[in-house]
Design a binder for this molecule. Structure first.
Ligand SMILES: NC(=O)c1ccc[n+]([C@@H]2O[C@H](COP(=O)([O-])OP(=O)(O)OC[C@H]3O[C@@H](n4cnc5c(N)ncnc54)[C@H](OP(=O)(O)O)[C@@H]3O)[C@@H](O)[C@H]2O)c1
Length: 341
């Protein structure tokens, strides 16, 4: 017997998020895909609806652009209104920019560096706003999609100017969040070496782990918080932004290489952490290749993670100690409302 879960997936219109939605629906779960583009969302709903119908479950979309904190707030309010209880929040949406260190920083509408906002800050805010729905479930999970590339964040880059001194700054530093925000001086810095899009991606994936471990330590045992990497999955659209020929080679020929993972298998690994029995028995864990795995030493740096948390609260306007305050005011959930299929 499958207990049907209500699963919200960010970036569920394509790639691993779409594949996870497909597998979850097939297994009899209800899915909400949170997307930034209504047209892409509708295309995904059209493709997923027959699967939902066949399994007697449901799929719907919610509009939410992680590059806009206002959009995250609006989307989260609408989700809370229609879904006061959520069983799984899968933070999957992500961006890997191809920018070089000579390129100007790409910015969100909030003036934040775009990769850090989409991959980290937008999700940081979304999880905070949806916590009441997760706490209302008898047993809930937050799943952060990180990457093995978080290990590359141990490298350092040369920095200079821009009101932050100069020298070597390890990528595994929470300071990037303010250094690269428009308010933090990044916009006015002279064009000295900056992180590349790839380096920013590695930082953001380390932040995903810091967030996972901090949140897991704060929440009661009814909410498990874990991170997962799907593996190296070149068959998704993450390679967009590459020159078109390279992009085609990456998306269609790279998946044939040994060591790469198919979209189906990548989705399966993510789905396991969302609804798998074993994976639901732990919190504050990282899963790679389908098994619990030790993440990088930097990912266990509690001081850096705490600083990242504090800076993220400031950047998103979340009140300090919001989680603790919410926990003291939230009643313990009952098991009512779970559909048994
Ligand atoms: N592919 C890999 O090799 C690999 C390896 C390790 C980890 N991952 C992680 O897996 C996750 C999914 O990646 P993928 O490979 O499936 O990439 P993908 O095919 O490019 O899908 C990314 C998803 O994120 C959404 N997204 C991007 N920016 C957004 C924004 N501002 N607001 C809301 N949604 C946004 C995209 O929506 P649009 O379609 O509208 O752009 C899309 O639905 C990412 O977190 C990635 O870091 C991937």
């Amino acid at each position: 017997m499958v207990i049907a879960k209500r699963v919200l997936i960010t970036g569920g219109n394509t790639g691993i998020g779409y594949e996870a939605a497909r597998q979850l629906l097939k297994a009899g779960h209800h899915v909400i895909i949170a997307c930034r583009d209504p047209k892409k969302a509708q295309n995904a709903i059209d493709a997923l609806s027959p699967i939902a119908k066949a399994s007697g479950t449901s799929v719907e979309s919610a509009l939410l652009d992680l590059a806009s904190l206002a959009s995250v707030r609006k989307g989260a309010a609408q989700i809370l209104e229609s879904h006061p209880r959520l069983d799984v929040l899968l933070c999957n949406a992500g961006l890997l920019s191809r920018s070089s260190s000579a390129d100007p920083l790409e910015r969100s509408e909030d003036g934040q560096e775009l990769t850090l906002q989409v991959n980290h800050l937008g999700h940081f805010l979304l999880v905070h706003l949806l916590l009441p729905a997760l706490l209302a479930a008898p047993s809930a999970r937050v799943v952060m999609v990180s990457s093995e590339l978080h290990r590359q964040a141990s490298k350092a880059v040369t920095i200079g100017g821009g009101g932050g001194g100069s020298g070597l700054l390890p990528l595994a530093s929470a300071e990037w969040l303010t250094r690269l925000s428009a308010a933090g001086g990044g916009a006015t810095s002279p064009p000295l070496p900056r992180p590349t899009g790839f380096q920013l991606y590695c930082i953001s994936k380390l932040y995903n782990l810091w967030f996972t471990y901090c949140l897991a330590a704060m929440l009661p045992s009814t909410v498990k918080v874990n991170a997962v990497t799907p593996g190296w999955v070149p068959g998704t659209a993450l390679g967009r932004g590459m020159p078109w020929l390279l992009g085609l080679v990456y998306q269609f020929l790279f998946p044939l290489l040994p060591g790469t993972t198919s979209v189906t298998e990548g989705g399966r690994r993510v789905v396991a952490v969302c609804v798998g029995e074993q994976e639901g028995a732990v919190t504050g864990a990282y899963f790679s290749r389908g098994v619990r795995t030790e993440s990088s030493p930097e990912s266990h740096d509690k001081e850096a993670a705490g600083e990242m948390w504090r800076l993220s609260e400031v950047a998103t306007g979340i009140k300090h100690d919001y989680v603790q305050q919410l926990l003291t005011s939230t009643p313990t959930p009952t098991s009512a409302g779970t559909d048994a299929l």
